[in-house]
Design a binder for this molecule. Structure first.
Ligand SMILES: [Zn+2]
Length: 163
């Protein structure tokens, strides 16, 4: 049995029981949460999110990339979100590689060097600040006054705002 088979079995057992408002695609809290794909971050539980309340955008690192801006532009302009919460975390995989070492690894394995940035970082708070700044300076976004950055400690569960 693959893991996907396991998930499908769980889905069948759970049935259609998730509470919340399904009437609109526009998040009722008008907020978009950007975070890392790290499996220890349970975004919905962490913020007590119900169905229909928030957009949740995830990638490796929870870093604001062009593709995050693409999703945020749609989120703000077509689905009415006005606030952005960016949450990166301690012990992130992007803290354990460097830009060059990961690109070298891919190039050695494939013969191709990626054109995209790995977005590796040493200082998680500096990385959060950079992502906040990328949102604040994007010409494609409508709402840039409420953009807040946080670091989530995956071991203690503590959430700290980055100023
Ligand atoms: Zn991470």
């Amino acid at each position: 049995m693959t893991s996907i088979d396991l998930l499908l079995k769980r889905n069948e057992e759970l049935g259609n029981i998730v509470p919340g408002d399904r009437s609109s695609a526009s998040p009722s809290l008008h907020v978009a949460i950007l975070t890392c794909m790290d499996a220890r971050i349970r975004v919905f539980e962490l913020f007590g999110l119900l169905q229909g309340e928030s957009h949740v955008l995830r990638n490796a690192g929870g870093v604001v990339t062009d593709d995050m801006i693409r999703s945020l532009a749609l989120s703000q302009r077509k689905l009415g979100t006005r606030e952005v919460l960016i949450m990166q975390h301690t012990s992130c995989g992007l803290n354990m590689v460097t830009e060059d070492s990961f690109k070298d690894e891919l190039e050695e394995a494939s013969g191709l060097r990626p054109t995209w940035a790995v977005e590796a970082f040493r200082d998680v708070e500096a990385s959060v600040r950079q992502s906040v700044r990328r949102v604040q300076t994007s010409p494609f976004l409508l709402h840039k006054d409420i953009v807040r950055g946080f670091v989530y400690d995956v071991h203690t569960g503590a959430l700290s705002e980055v100023s």
